[in-house]
Design a protein around this ligand. Structure first.
Ligand code: ADP
Ligand code: MG
Length: 232
């Protein structure tokens, strides 16, 4: 069974008397350890879809299953603990905590969700810092790092809890093209190493080619096409 299964998922926002049909009945299935991109112009529904998969928002109708759990109907508290156990997030503007060091930023999710002894926690953080190549920045603060380095930290933070699913909403939007491409390649390497599924969104055609499976979103509807890498 797929790690993410969407069956006729609809999302309608109500703004006063006006209804916005952000997602208009989409169905798809994403296998474990895949590397997937949702691509589409601004307003096509990428964030809406990723937020629903990430259990930050609920579908208006349809069924959405993640890691075997029907998340369409989880309440607020169950959603939060489901996210903590299963999902890591990477954001466009990195969202690192400015008063914590790089090492502490990566450690933070472990303090929130898992009752690990200090030594195990530290070892896990060191492993992730090394995996993404920022060991030398461990004691620095976010403002001392470049954008690309900050996104490496965010990738380490997303993976530190062994999340099955990593969601990245336009993770490269604030990076120059070369750095953006390296960040996507790093995400793919992390997928190979840790077996986590990565789903990222972008409106950049050059970046989307690095995905193995590409879904194109247009005005809330979905088309699937194969990515550049898997069939070269
Ligand atoms: P994208 O991430 O591809 O730019 P979004 O998912 O943010 O697209 O938005 C899809 C559509 O839903 C847009 O028309 C947007 O204006 C609308 N929308 C998104 N979030 C909300 C909200 N909280 N309330 C009302 N409309 C929204
Ligand atoms: Mg968006």
């Amino acid at each position: 069974m797929g790690l993410v299964v969407a069956e006729n998922v609809v999302k309608t926002y109500c703004m006063g008397d006006v209804e916005v049909n952000a997602i208009k009945g989409v169905s798809f299935e994403i296998e474990p350890a895949s590397f997937v991109s949702f691509v589409g112009p601004s307003g096509s529904g990428k964030s809406t879809l990723l937020n629903m998969i990430g259990c930050l928002d609920h579908p208006s109708s349809g069924k959405l299953t993640v890691a075997g759990t029907d998340i369409s109907s989880l309440n607020r508290q169950s959603s939060a603990s489901f996210r903590g156990d299963n999902i890591g997030f990477i954001f466009q503007d990195f969202n690192l905590i400015p008063v914590l060091t790089i090492e502490e930023n990566v450690e933070y999710p472990l303090l929130m969700v898992q009752d690990w002894p200090v030594s195990k926690r530290k070892a896990r953080v060191r492993e992730l810092l090394e995996a993404v190549g920022i060991t030398e920045q461990a004691n620095k603060y976010p403002h001392q790092l470049s954008g690309g380095q900050k996104q490496r930290v965010a990738i380490a933070r997303a993976l530190v809890t062994h999340a099955k699913l990593i969601l990245a909403d336009e993770p490269t939007a604030n990076l120059d093209h070369d750095t953006a491409y390296r960040i996507i390649e790093l995400m793919k390497k992390m997928r190979d190493e840790y077996g986590s599924t990565f789903i990222f969104s972008t409106h950049d055609p050059k970046i989307m080619d690095a995905a193995e499976i590409i879904y194109t979103l247009e005005d809330g509807k979905l088309n699937q096409q194969q990515g550049g890498d898997s069939h070269e």
